[in-house]
Design a binder for this molecule. Sequence first.
Ligand code: HAM
Length: 415
Amino acid sequence: MFEPLRGMNDKMGLQAKKMDLIFEICSEIFKQYGFERIYTPILEQTELFKRGVGDYTDVVLKEMYDFQDKGGRSVSLRPEATASVVRAYLNSGRHKSNPSYKAYYTGPLYRYEAPQKGRYREFNQIGIECFGLKNALQDAQIIEMAVNVLKTLEIEDFKLEINNIGSFEDRKKYIEDLKMYLSKYEDKLSEDSKKRLAKNPLRILDSKDLKDIEIVKNAPKINKYLNEQEQEYYSNLKSNLDLFGIKYYENPNLVRGLDYYSSIVFEITTDKLGAQGTLIGGGRYDRLLNILGNVDIPAIGFAIGLERTMLLVDDSLVERLDNTKKIYLVYNDNTKEYMLRVLKDLREAMCQVEFDFNPKSFSAQIKKADKLGYKEVIILGENEMQEEKIIVKYLINSSQEEITLNEYLSKIYDL
Ligand code: HAM
C-alpha cells in the first residue's frame, strides 16, 4: 500500500470540513474588508523565489522543492505565496492605472523541513496581500483583521508580537553592527547560527537555541537604528492598534525568516503548539515590487498557517456553524416519482438530502438514516402522495407530524 510522502497528509472527514470552514470564515471576513480572491500557479520559476524571498534564506537555501522540468527550465513548488501574488499583480499591468489592489488566497505550499507537530513539508496557508499604500491606520486594520479571524474561530490564547525592522538602509547599518557583536561570540554560537553569521545574521536573533538566546540578549537592537520616519511610523501603528483595542507586545528580536520584509513585521503566536507556535506571520515588504518589477509600490500582507490553526479550532465549531438542514427521504417503489419531486424542491431550498437507491421497508430505511446521523426523515407513502403531504419524523424523540410539502418548505425558507 502506498503512503503519502513524509511530511504530507491526507485530510478527510472532520479534518477536511474544518479546513473548509476556516477558509470560508476567512474569506467572508476578508471580503468585508474589501479583499478579492486570487489564484496563482503552484509551480513557478525558481528564480522568482531566489530573487523575491532571498538567496540566503533557509526557505530558498535548504527547503525548496526545485527541479528541472522536461524543457530544462529550473522550476520550484512554491514555498510561499507572496512572491507569486506580486508577480501576478505586476504581470496584470493593473498597477499602471491604479496601484491599489487587495487580494486573498489559499492553497498548498512546499518546504523541505524536518516534519513535526505543526510543521509539514506540504502545508496550506490562507493569506492576504495589499498593494499601493504605506499607511499606519491601514496596517493596524490589517493586523486587526488577522486578530478578527482568530477570534471568530474562537481561538483566544494568542499573542500578537510586533516590531519595526527599519528601512533597508537602517538595516544595512544594523546588520554590520550585529555581525560585529556576534563575531565576538562566534565560538559559542550554535552550529546553525555559525553558518548564518556571514550571510543572514538577522536569523540568529530568533534562534531557539539556548546558547544563542543568551548571546542575543545583549546584542544591539534594531529599534535603536530606525530613522526618524520609521520611528514615527511605528508609534503611529501602535496608537492605531490601541484605537482598535488590539493588545500587542513589542519584540525587538522579531525579524521574520524571509528577506523581503522592511518596516513593520508581526507574528501571532500561541504556546499551545510547542515549538511550532507561530500561527500567523506577516509584515510590510515595500521593496519587493521594485526587486521583481522595478516599480515603487508599497505593500503589506500576512499568511495564516491552516494546519496549525486547525489544531486549535475546536471540533464542535464545525458542527455548530454548519446550518445546512439535513434530511433523509423514506419512500417505496410506488412513491418514487413523488419522492424525486420532493427531493428536487428540498435541494432547491439548499437542504442536504439523501435517500436509499434500493428502498426496503420504511423501518429499515429509518434505521439506515439514524445510522448515517440524520435527525430528521421525511416519510412518503401512498397516502401522503395522494394528499400532497409529507410525514416529518424527528429521530431524537421519535415524534412526527403530517404537513403539506409547501408548509414544510416555507418553514425552511423562513429559517
Ligand atoms: P511564513 O512565516 O513563512 O510567512 O508562513 C506563514 C505561516 O505559515 C506560519 O506562521 C505558519 O503558521 C505557516 N507555516 C509556515 N511553514 C509551515 C510548515 N512547514 N508547516 C506548517 N505550517 C507552516 C510567509 O509565508 C509569508 N508569505 C507571509 C506573508 C504574506 N507576508 C506578507 N504577506
